[in-house]
Design a protein around this ligand. Structure first.
Ligand code: FAD
Length: 335
């Protein structure tokens, strides 16, 4: 049994995606070491990268942008420290002519998208492969059950999984939220996305700079991880559009793989497909968001919801949401 898990913590954060890590960092910087638990093998959540044979591919988030001043300062530090790089300032569309974008930088992790959260997680108490199965409340405190059967106590809780997954944990512990909070959370929704990784025996025909916006359906996005600078071996990431991904979510993976490969034929060219991997993201990106950067509840015990469904979307939004959630918790503790 892990001594870290079997105790009461001042703050427990569920999720070591960019939102959970941002919250953890701000709390740790203020002397409150939180415990972060995550079911995945590595920190990062949807900032995910995966090996396919000798190749490496980003199969979740592909790049990020920075508009907010605080996030821009952080990205400037990441650039200086070598953990991220500018990938491009726009990407072509499927017709091969127009360049989408207004020239602002699209950043990528220097090694892979997963490298950024991996670095953010250093010096934090992060427990991977620790799946939460239920959350209950007793005497204004949280009791978090993890898959191994261990119980983690918490005075305060930050939940950063996609909202339906976070709500399922509370439901499993029979925790009822106050109606305004429950109603605000019920309005949030996400789009699913198929991510198909395709390892090739030679370079793809994806045009420079190695990323392109597809026609939308069935292909929304295509990236060549070799050109991107992530993989030494040729491997392409294909993201299906939300229409195709929603309609076909429970279909046979082999059929989905075949259809997406067929749709991507002209970018694969005469390369031989050596291996494929299909990932189904049930909650890929928030479609309907909560307007504020987090949502706090005091009953039955202190709780903050955060992530890319709060405030602004995507990586930048998720980071800012986590930061705001951590700061809100600090303010509540201080008051
Ligand atoms: C296919 C795809 C393409 C994308 N493209 C882009 C892009 O190009 N640019 C961009 O900016 N954004 C993109 N995004 C969105 C971006 O990845 C997310 O907005 C951001 O990473 C969300 O971070 P988060 O911390 O809010 O959530 P997550 O990264 O989802 O983190 C939540 C964490 O909670 C954990 N968790 C869930 N349930 C449990 C449980 N029961 N027990 C323990 N842990 C649990 C998960 O393992 C996960 O690590 C993309 C996403 C996908 C899926």
């Amino acid at each position: 049994m892990s001594p870290l898990l079997d105790r009461v913590h001042p703050v427990v954060i569920v999720g070591s995606g960019i939102a959970g890590l941002a919250a953890a960092r701000v709390l740790a910087e203020n002397g409150l070491q939180p415990l972060v638990v995550d079911k995945g093998r590595r920190p990062g959540g949807r900032m995910a990268s995966r090996k396919l044979g000798d190749a490496l591919a980003d199969h979740g988030a592909q790049y990020f942008t920075a508009r907010n001043q605080q996030f821009t300062r952080l990205v400037t530090d990441w650039l200086a420290g070598g953990s991220c790089a500018v990938w491009a300032r726009g990407f072509p569309t499927a017709d091969g002519h127009d360049r989408v974008g207004n020239g602002y930088p699209r950043y990528r992790g220097a090694d892979s998208m997963n490298g950024i959260p991996a670095q953010l997680a250093t010096n934090l108490a992060v427990h991977q492969e620790t799946r939460v199965t239920a959350i209950t409340a007793h005497n204004h405190r949280w009791e978090i059950t993890v898959e191994s059967g261990e119980l983690v106590g918490a005075d305060r809780l930050i939940l950063t999984p996609p909202v339906p997954q976070a709500l399922a944990l509370l439901e499993a512990g029979k925790v009822g939220l106050e109606p305004p909070v429950a109603e605000a959370l019920a309005r949030i929704s996400y789009a699913p996305c198929f991510a198909l990784l395709v390892a090739l025996d030679r370079p793809s025909r994806v045009p420079s700079p190695g990323g392109l916006h597809g026609d939308g359906e069935p292909i929304a996005w295509l990236a060549d991880n070799q050109q991107k600078g992530v993989s030494k071996q040729p491997v392409v990431t294909i993201h299906a559009g939300p229409g195709f991904s929603t309609a076909r979510f429970d279909d046979d993976p082999t059929r989905i793989t075949e259809e997406l490969l067929e749709a991507a034929e002209r970018w694969i060219g005469n390369a031989v497909v050596t291996e494929t991997y299909l990932h189904r993201w049930r909650y890929s990106q928030a479609l309907i968001q909560h307007p504020g950067p987090y949502l706090a509840a005091d009953r039955p015990a202190p709780l903050v919801f955060a992530g890319d469904a709060f405030g602004a979307a995507r990586i930048e939004g998720a980071y800012l949401s986590g930061l705001a959630a951590g700061e809100a918790l600090l303010a509540r503790i201080g008051s």
